[in-house]
Design a protein around this ligand. Structure first.
Ligand code: ZN
Length: 86
């Protein structure tokens, strides 16, 4: 059985590459039993969706959203543009 560190790594990896059948089964078994990794997995999924959607927005809409966030706007805009290039 995977530990929490291995499970959170797979939670990230699944957006970068296709997990093997064994990895998927071990991942699912762990998150069924561990509420912390289940929450982490859900949250990283939301973040992935958010960045994916944000990368398709026109600059003015992205800027409007950025105005509302309590983040370093320059850094966020740079991160989104960098992701868009990949
Ligand atoms: Zn866990």
């Amino acid at each position: 059985m995977l530990n929490c560190k291995e499970t959170t790594q797979l939670a990230s990896d699944r957006f970068e590459r296709r997990l093997t059948l064994t990895e998927r089964m071990n991942f699912l078994m762990h998150i069924m039993m561990c509420p912390f990794c289940r929450r982490f997995s859900r949250q990283i999924g939301w973040l992935h969706d958010l960045f994916h959607k944000a990368s398709t927005l026109p600059d003015d809409q992205l800027a409007a959203i950025g105005q509302k966030l309590p983040l370093d706007r320059e850094r966020l805009a740079r991160a989104l543009r960098d992701q868009d290039r990949q």
